[in-house]
Design a protein around this ligand. Sequence first.
Ligand code: SAH
Length: 375
Amino acid sequence: MGVPLNGSASLRKMRRAMDAPRHSDSRPEWLGLTRTELAEHLVRQGIPGGHALRLFGHLHRRLEAPDACTAMSPRQRERFLETTAPTHCETTEVHPTDDGTEKLVFTLRDARRVEGVIIPEGPRSTFCVSSQVGCAMACAFCATARLGLERALTPGEVLAQIYAARVRCEAVGRPLRNVVFMGMGEPLHHYEVTRRVLDILTDPTGFCLGAPRLTVSTVGLAPRIAQLGRDFEGRIQLAVSLNAGTEATRRALMPITERHGLADLRAAIAAYPYPRNRYVLIEYVLLGGLTDTPAELQALAGFVRGLPAMVNLIPWNPFEGAPADLHPPAPEAIDAAFAALRAMGVPVKVRLPRGRRAVAACGQLARITPTAEVA
Ligand code: SAH
């Protein structure tokens, strides 16, 4: 087997990035405060906490600025604006494609950029949001990994992407109904950011998106899968990027495997407190000759046996600068993998590549301009 990556060198690199200090601002961004935190903040500023409910509605349901909250006196509003910070997240590029997906590029306060993808699904839309600028996980097959981790996003910056998408989706009459944390970054790395975003999105007085409409996709940070399960009682849709059946292949492709092996990962997935009829989404990137082999697929079937799982096969999307020994699967290998898994009793779907022309497909989010089109 061609091993595309030196596992321990990239693990060291990943460790350094994971120890990097968190982005911080002394004034909290008003967009990133949960309703409870908003009330606490108001009280600290000598403003009645009772205003938090109204204010939260203006900010997160109506997408207005704090000034719109006329329930607060002009002095109170002024105080609030002095003690909190706005979020800078501007939609600076829009790349549409024939299949209706739309890649958005957002520019942040420090001129760094992240990307998100709007995916129309019938009368509604799904938005794929970025959780970090770059990523520390160093997966060999992913374009975002090549950027390394530039920094965490603030909760406000994650929400601002979602709200920008929400406005666009409303405007074309295909309201935003699902948010998937499958853009740039590892959403369970800076877990506190993701937790806050989920808390705010599911708040009934805000956007009020049902927890099952929120999918958090992870490389498999086992302890944090457990924490996500506890914090939201299993109601957030869990997705795990497994991408290989055997430990050896997964290690070669995903250095995080050295820290959290397949046994730990499987235990965390099994212990997630799924509500009735819910399941984990197992993402599995098909790489020609590497993860589409009978041995890997058999191991994958073994991994999911006994788990409430749905496997999502993702044919690998190439990108400029990808390791030379990685290849997309042959078209017949996709069908063969699907059939083999079905035959082994594994619930499976194939995720068709969408948005490739805008370099917006899975694992292609790395601020590559669409002129550098591949595939
Ligand atoms: N870090 C999280 C969130 C990113 S989700 C995670 O890994 O789950 C992005 C998904 O696309 C993951 O399932 C990943 O395995 C997959 N992916 C990454 N690069 C890809 C590529 N080049 N082609 C197809 N899928 C890819």
